[in-house]
Write a protein that binds this ligand. Sequence first.
Ligand code: AMP
Ligand code: MG
Length: 325
Amino acid sequence: MSITGTDIERARQLLGRGKLVAIPTETVYGLAANALDTKAVLSIFEAKNRPTFDPLIVHSYSLEAIRDFVAEIPEQAVLLAEKFWPGPLTLLLEKKALISDLVTSGLSTVAVRVPDHPLTLQLLRSLSFPLAAPSANPFGYISPTTAQHVVDQLGSKIEYVLDGGPARVGIESTIVGFPAGVPTVVRLGGLQVEDIEAVIGEVKTTLHSSSNPMAPGMLKSHYAPRLPLHLLDREEMESAKPTDATGFLFFQKPAHFDTYPQARCLSETGDFREAAFRLFASLREMDQLPVREIWAEKLPDRGLGRAINDRLLRASVRNADSIHE
Ligand code: AMP
Ligand code: MG
């Protein structure tokens, strides 16, 4: 039997037996297990080779369903959930006891989200439990945006990949917590901070400042390709001499694009959404090129550009070098 397909019933049965199933979402593919079954959750960490200090996101099909496993929901969280769910927004809320410490890495909050994908929503509605699911990639490597990416890297470790096509958004969710009641973005992602602020007013942004892993997906080195990646601004990229040894990942297409032996561009017209959609697949593709390193162009630092820059920075050499600071 093929490991990929669109058989929701098969996914439902496997998950009910404590097995791992990769699920499509609009952000990236997730590696899912029954969030209320500690043994099943443990196998997520094992399959990904993920340290247990990096907590998981719990997925369900509605805000109402999520009330069963969180203790309280601040008013601003309700406003955001009502506006953006299903969608690329994860909320950090105080957990109830039925969510184990393994899921939250011992934190009192649990990360929750309603993903916007018809297959996965249908699956979640058919289950009597929520799904714990981090991205379906080996820990630290580029996140998967197609079923094939998952098969390529974790195919031997999971029972089934529910194939929902390429992830529409292409980068992970934006994570918002409420420490001391203050709405705080702790991971940039597929929902722009500007859109969040349009609903609840100005929010704090506290991204990682060190390799402190208690902040979400905020390890300094993450999303990383095999090849060394350098992040450069547009002028540096445009004045770089074309060479066989370097793969160039442009944001927008430069005038002399065709003179580079190995180059890709995320969006010819400079569209942030298209760039996010293509980011991880492009990084994977470039990682396979016969080059020694990748030079990537920094995007304008606003909207989704900020979230994409965050991924590129974590994928970059500068960060990997300083991870043990
Ligand atoms: P992934 O789905 O692979 O991006 O992983 C989920 C991310 O959510 C991880 O990087 C976690 O660090 C983050 N996360 C999950 N739960 C919490 C929490 N309670 N507090 C802070 N971050 C969290
Ligand atoms: Mg991840």
